[in-house]
Design a protein around this ligand. Structure first.
Ligand code: PLP
Length: 395
């Protein structure tokens, strides 16, 4: 038989997401506590689901414009006016199949092959994968725990070359839970202006903040270099519906809209109607979920503290990073052993970057009882595997 030709470089370069690996491995067991998954543990609210059914009955089952239904873009416009006091026109909005689609087409619209894009380290692994997919080069900037997981501006300055096209930022941040202050967002935009870079601002956790306020980067854009990206997935428990959107200058949105055609053509039509219902409905669900995540965050943090385990309290999102350095294990080994020995699945920090290689990420979007039991088992595992030598080295 003839050997087939090799598959593309991109398909070889893209790693299997570490969290997916854990999910796949956990299928071998029936009684696993899942703290690795990044999605709400509740169903999409009724008032949103009802609208999708109504839309299907009213024959909203066809293609929509590439940039999304005008009625949804109008609702986004009103939402922005109300939430961020930001005036945008429908020509500055593109509705996409989830934020991941908005991120990939915005990068496709901005960066060519071999051009560089600054991305955070640690970060959601898909940033790097998207750049690999299009042959652009990810250049990582640090988000270190001793700098409260915010960018180090002196390091950023050293990373810019004549091939740098954009910087990606993410606040509230996955996996660190950091929520950037207004000053940090402003400084990032100033940095981008100094070097004439685009700013792609991933704001999918904008509705999940605790003590801190979320500042939308687009609000501070005075020359059309910022794209802010949002999603219905996390805030409205709509991960499977695949609706997100980007806000940018008319020319950027035009370019992105052209790219939507060959990539996805449009986001699902009835899901767009459901998203419209989400935005125009009451904020009750958002407030309720925020309170639940906050309560869980404080409870988990307390349990870990009582067990002498270091964790990083998130200011937003539903993730928490836990320090596993006293065990001396790599986060991949830690996560695999924890799964096999304690039946708890967590996100290995290595999936997100080197800075988090001695940490694991847990999700607070898990039912209270399970979350508490999972965190107790993690605490036991860390304390049972406490390696004196390692804890000295790391202290
Ligand atoms: N951005 C970040 C930081 C995420 O964590 C995720 C999902 O986990 C996404 C984007 C993708 O969201 P969506 O479901 O809207 O594609």
């Amino acid at each position: 038989m003839r050997n087939l030709k090799e598959l593309s470089t991109a398909s070889n370069q893209i790693p299997v997401h570490g969290v997916r690996k854990l999910m796949n491995e956990s299928e071998k067991f029936s009684d696993v506590i899942h703290l690795e998954v990044g999605e709400p543990n509740v169903n999409t609210p009724d008032y949103i689901r009802t609208e999708a059914v109504k839309a299907m009955e009213n024959e909203i089952t066809h293609y929509t414009p590439n940039a999304g239904l005008l009625s949804l873009r109008n609702s986004i416009k009103k939402h922005f006016h109300h939430k961020y006091e930001l005036e945008v026109s429908e020509k500055e909005i593109a509705v996409t199949a989830g934020a991941v689609n908005a991120l990939s087409i915005s990068l496709m619209a901005i960066a060519n092959k071999e051009e560089e894009v600054l991305i955070p380290e640690p970060s959601w692994p898909n940033y790097e994968s998207i750049l690999f997919m299009q042959g652009s080069i990810p250049v990582k900037y640090d988000l270190k725990p001793d700098n409260n997981f915010i960018p180090d501006f002196s390091q950023l300055e050293t990373l810019v070359t004549n091939k740098t096209k954009a910087i990606m930022i993410n606040s509230p941040n996955n996996p660190t839970g950091a929520v950037y202050s207004k000053e940090t967002i402003l400084a990032l935009i100033q940095f981008a202006k100094r070097h004439n870079l685009y700013v792609i601002s991933d704001e999918v956790y904008d509705e999940i903040t605790f003590e801190n306020t979320h500042y939308c980067a687009k609000n501070f854009d005075d020359d059309g270099r910022v794209i802010s990206i949002f999603s219905f997935s996390k805030s409205y428990a709509m991960t499977g519906w695949r609706v997100g959107y980007a806000i940018g200058s008319e020319s950027l949105i035009n370019a992105m809209t052209k790219l939507i055609e060959p990539v996805i053509s449009c986001a699902p039509s009835f899901a767009q109607k459901a998203a419209e219902a989400a935005l125009t409905g009451s904020d009750e669900f958002l407030i309720e979920m925020r309170d639940i995540y906050l309560r869980r965050r404080d409870n988990v943090y307390k349990i870990l503290n009582e067990n002498d385990i270091k964790a990083y309290k998130p200011g937003g999102t539903f993730y928490m990073l836990i320090d596993i350095s006293p065990t001396g294990l790599t986060s991949n080994d830690f996560a695999m052993r924890l799964l096999h020995e304690k039946k708890v699945a967590v996100g290995p920090g290595e999936t997100f970057g080197i800075i988090t290689k001695k940490m694991v990420r847990i999700s607070l979007a898990t039912a209270d009882g399970e979350l508490e039991e999972g965190v107790k088992r993690i605490s036991d595992f860390i304390n049972e595997n406490h390696n004196e030598q390692n804890s000295k080295i790391n202290s």
